[in-house]
Design a protein. Structure first.
Length: 498
C-alpha cells in the first residue's frame, strides 16, 4: 500500500473519530453520558435465546452487546448485537421506542455497546430475533472497528490488539475457550491421581532447573540481581524432600531466547513430581493426560494438526534414542565408545558441533537425533535413555551410566514433554552442577548454575521420584490446530511500535 493511501486512511479514521466524539459530547450535554452507567441487568445471552427459542418465544428478555451491523429503513430498523456467546438480531421501530429513543438509536455507531429489552420472535425469513421495546446506550465506541468489520486479517495487528481480534474474529474466542477447558481438564486428571497443586517463586537468586538463557532483574531492597524462573523443577522437588508424595504446578516460565512459531519468551509449563515412581510411570501419565484431555475436550483422540492426522489414543511407541538413530541412519552408537570416534563421525556427516564443550559422545548422539530422527516422529513417540551430558538432572541408567533415565515425547516432529527418573544422589548432582558451571564460565549462557541449597535438600534425602514437564502452549496448539504459539496466547510478546 502506498504512503499516500496510508495517509488518506489515517485522515479518514481521524475524521470518523471526530464525528464520534462530537456525538458523545452531545450526549453529555443532554445528560445522557453512557460512561456514567455502572450496571445493566441482563436476563439472557444471545446463545441462551437461540438455544431455547421454543420456551422463550413471545416472552420478554433483556440482552446487551456490541452493535456489529445496522440496517436503517425509515421508521423501522434491524441491528445485530454481539455478546460473549454469539450474535442476535433485533428489530427496532419508532412505534415501539418512540420518536426520541428511535432517533438516538439511529445515531448509535457500529461498535457501540447497547442494552435491549423486548420479546423473542422469528422474522419472515426465520431468523430468531428480539422485538425491541427499550434500548439503552451503555458505552460509546470512539474508534471504529477495522476493515469495515469483515474480519481483521493482519496477524501482527491481531496479536497487538487482541481485543479487536476477539470482536471481529469470533473463532479466536473459541480457541481461548478451548485453552481454558484443556487446562481445567489437566487439573481434574491430576487431582484424581492425588497430585497437590502448589505455587513456587517466579523470582529466584539463580536460574535453575533447565538449560536456557534467563531474564535478569534487580531487587532494589536486597540490592541483588534475580532471575525469572526458566523452569519449575527444583522447588517442586524440594517439596518432595519435605514429604509431599505428589505435587504439580501450572505456571509461567521465562526464557530469554529466540522467538518463532513455537517459542515465546514467556510460556506456560506443567511440571509434576511423584515420589516412588520412575520415568516409565511418567510415560503412562503423559499418555493419559494427552489422550483423556483430547477425548474429554474434543470428543475424540483422533485429531488433525495442520493437515496431518494424529491418533493420541494410548499405546504410544517407545524407543531409545540410540535405537531411533540406528533405525533412521543405520548408525549404532552402541559401537561408538569414545568422544573422538563420535566427533569424527559428526564431521564425516557434516554435523556442526556448536563449540568445544559439546565435543562429547553424548552431545554428538543428541545432534544426530536432532538432525535425522526428530522430524520423522509424526505419531506420538517416547524417545528415552538420553546421554548424561544433556541431562544434568536425570538419574543414570543402571545398564549404561553414560545414559540417563530420561524421555521426551514427540508428535508431528515436535517435542511436547520431557521427563526423568529424578537424580537423587547429592554427590552426583553436585558434580553435574560443577560441569554446568564450567560450561557457563566458558561462555555457554544457557548452562545452569550451582544451587547449593538444592544440594543440601538432596542431602536430607529425596526419595526415588519421577518428574514430568509439558509445554502447555504447544499442547494447546496441537488440540486447537493452531499454526503458531501466538494463536494460543492472548497477549504474545511483540516488539513495540515506534
Amino acid at each position: 500500500m502506498s504512503e499516500n493511501n496510508n495517509m488518506e486512511q489515517e485522515q479518514d479514521l481521524n475524521q470518523l473519530m471526530i464525528v464520534r466524539r462530537d456525538k458523545l459530547n452531545k450526549l453529555k450535554e443532554e445528560g445522557k453520558d453512557p460512561y456514567k452507567i455502572t450496571k445493566f441487568n441482563r436476563t439472557h445471552t444471545s446463545k441462551e435465546i437461540i438455544d431455547n427459542y421454543d420456551e422463550l418465544e413471545g416472552k420478554d428478555v433483556t440482552v446487551a452487546g456490541r452493535i456489529m451491523a445496522k440496517r436503517i429503513m425509515g421508521k423501522a430498523s434491524f441491528c445485530h448485537i454481539q455478546d460473549s456467546t454469539g450474535k442476535i438480531q433485533s428489530y427496532v421501530s419508532i412505534n415501539d421506542l418512540g420518536e426520541e429513543s428511535y432517533k438516538s438509536f439511529k445515531e448509535d455507531d457500529i461498535g457501540d455497546i447497547i442494552g435491549i429489552t423486548g420479546f423473542v420472535f422469528k422474522t419472515k425469513t426465520g431468523e430468531i430475533s428480539i422485538h425491541a421495546k427499550e434500548l439503552k446506550l451503555l458505552s460509546k465506541s470512539l474508534r471504529p472497528l477495522p476493515e469495515k468489520f469483515h474480519g481483521l486479517k493482519d496477524t501482527d495487528l491481531r496479536y497487538r490488539q487482541r481485543y479487536i481480534d476477539l470482536i471481529v474474529n469470533p473463532e479466536v474466542k473459541d480457541t481461548f475457550l478451548l485453552r481454558s477447558k484443556i487446562i481445567s481438564n489437566i487439573r481434574k486428571i491430576l487431582e484424581e491421581k492425588g497430585f497437590l497443586e502448589v505455587e513456587t517463586p517466579i523470582l529466584n537468586t539463580i536460574s535453575g532447573g533447565a538449560t536456557a538463557r534467563p531474564f535478569i532483574t534487580h531487587h532494589n531492597t536486597l540490592d541483588i540481581d534475580m532471575y525469572l524462573r526458566i523452569a519449575l523443577e527444583l522447588n517442586l522437588k524440594r517439596l518432595i524432600v519435605g514429604g509431599y508424595d505428589k505435587v504439580y504446578e501450572l505456571g509461567r516460565v521465562f526464557r530469554n531466547e529466540g522467538m518463532d512459531i513455537r517459542h515465546n519468551p514467556e510460556f506456560t509449563m506443567l511440571e509434576l513430581y511423584a515420589a516412588f515412581q520412575d520415568y516409565h510411570d511418567m510415560m503412562d501419565i503423559t499418555e493419559e493426560l494427552f489422550s483423556r484431555t483430547a477425548k474429554e475436550v474434543l470428543g475424540t483422540t483422533k485429531i488433525t494438526y495442520q493437515g496431518q492426522e494424529i491418533d493420541l489414543a494410548p499405546g504410544w511407541r517407545r524407543i531409545s534414542m540410540i535405537d531411533s538413530i540406528k533405525e533412521v541412519t543405520g548408525i549404532d552408537f552402541n559401537t561408538i565408545n569414545t568422544d573422538e570416534e563420535a566427533v569424527a563421525l559428526a564431521k564425516e556427516r557434516n554435523i556442526k558441533i556448536p563449540d568445544q564443550t559439546k565435543e562429547t559422545r553424548g552431545d554428538v548422539i543428541s545432534l544426530f537425533f536432532d538432525e535425522y530422527v526428530e522430524k520423522t516422529l509424526i505419531q506420538p513417540t517416547f524417545i528415552y535413555d538420553y546421554p548424561v551430558e544433556i541431562s544434568p538432572l536425570a538419574k543414570k541408567c543402571s545398564k549404561d551410566e553414560r545414559l540417563t533415565e530420561r524421555f521426551e515425547v514427540f508428535i508431528n516432529g515436535r517435542e511436547y514433554g520431557n521427563a526423568f527418573s529424578e537424580l537423587n544422589d547429592p554427590i552426583d548432582q553436585y558434580e553435574r552442577f560443577k560441569k554446568q558451571v564450567e560450561a557457563r564460565n566458558a561462555g555457554d549462557e544457557e548452562a545452569g548454575m550451582m544451587d547449593e541449597d538444592y544440594i543440601q535438600a538432596l542431602e536430607i534425602g529425596l526419595p526415588p521420584t519421577g518428574g514430568l514437564g509439558i509445554g502447555m502452549d504447544r499442547f494447546i496448539m496441537l488440540l486447537t490446530d493452531a499454526a503458531s504459539i501466538r494463536d494460543v496466547l492472548l497477549f504474545p510478546t511483540m516488539r513495540p511500535l515506534i
